[in-house]
Design a protein around this ligand. Structure first.
Ligand code: GDP
Length: 303
């Protein structure tokens, strides 16, 4: 099970600490909750989520009259799933793919987070599903970005629409949408520049790119996915806030979850930003991208 495997580091970290906690405190008391808070905090679960969880746990412990710490694990997982899911309906968590029409997915995110890799992985998945996929090389700024996307295009076997380095990304998008329409592609995945040094420029560029896509294909982009690197912890959260201001992010792809023991960041993102995590990256290979499933995730950590 790829999902489980990819969470090994986080699970080992959680499980070891939880086992230790339960062994040391046999009865549920204030000190137990304090240490539990600490464990969650160290796993990047996020302040708001922790406060909410601990409140609800205390209520539940009282309601069910739970005394023994070993009986509390199940309650923790159940509450975490509830907190993550909030009052979302299931459908919200899936990608909004058009039935017999072109769907455009715009990828945003800072350089180095794994955006290009994720685009390649996603293109591969769609292709496996029998879809006609095209890529747009919208990062005309970073040296090598276009070539890197082309490498993925060749690996996966999909066309890449590109201009030269330094070209206007909006012009690339225009061509890409026209070309995808003409070739009757099902899905066009667009890369964008990820330099955060100049926030205002980045926002302007994203806005412009998005406008061109909207103009050339009403209703598009159907998804704006933000790639965030799980290993950067609270930095990822800061980045997400910036991109959320710049554009309407519809979902998050949390990359490199396999590389961190602090997988709790998933919960923090959802709670603090209200944006669903749609996929998680669990390795560098083509098939190391998995749809995010809150239940599987939380139970995987605490089971
Ligand atoms: P970009 O600058 O955002 O386009 O980032 P890249 O796609 O070039 O990825 C940066 C590095 O992260 C590369 O070495 C990737 O192989 C690696 N990477 C991307 N996603 C994952 C992941 O889910 N897990 C691991 N372990 N590495 C990843």
């Amino acid at each position: 099970d790829k999902f489980r495997e990819g969470l090994t580091k986080t699970r080992d970290n959680f499980t070891t600490k939880m086992n230790d906690l339960v062994a040391r405190y046999r009865t549920v008391d204030e000190d137990f909750f304090e240490e539990l808070e600490e464990i969650l905090f160290e796993a990047d679960v996020g302040f708001e989520t922790i406060v909410k969880l601990i409140d609800e746990l205390k209520m539940e412990v009282r309601r069910q009259n739970i005394k023994d710490t070993k009986d509390i694990r199940g309650v923790i997982s159940k509450k975490l799933v509830e907190i993550y899911q909030g009052d979302d309906d299931e459908e919200n968590a899936l990608l909004q793919l058009q039935e017999d029409e072109l769907t455009v997915i715009l990828f945003v995110g800072v350089n180095g987070v794994g955006k290009t890799t994720t685009i390649g992985k996603l293109a591969h998945q769609f292709k496996e599903d029998g879809k006609k996929v095209m890529l747009a090389a919208g990062d005309t700024f970073r040296a090598g970005a276009i070539e890197q996307l082309e490498v993925w295009g060749q690996r996966v076997g999909v066309d890449v629409i590109k201009h030269g380095e330094g070209a206007d990304p909006a012009a690339v998008m225009y061509d890409a949408v026209q070309s995808a329409k003409a070739k009757k592609a099902d899905i066009l995945i667009c890369d964008t520049a990820g330099r955060l040094q100049n926030k205002v420029n980045l926002m302007k560029e994203l806005e412009k790119v998005k406008k061109v896509i909207e103009r050339e294909l009403p209703g598009a982009p159907q998804e704006v996915l933000l790639a965030l690197d799980a290993t950067t912890g609270q930095n990822a959260l800061t980045q997400a806030k910036i991109f959320k201001e710049a554009t309407n992010v519809t979902g998050i792809v949390l990359t490199k979850l396999d590389g961190t023991a602090k997988g709790g960041i998933v919960l923090a993102i959802k709670q603090e930003l209200g944006i669903p995590v749609k996929f998680v990256g669990l390795g560098e290979k083509m098939d190391d991208l998995q749809p995010f499933d809150a239940e599987k995730y939380v139970y995987g950590l605490f089971a």
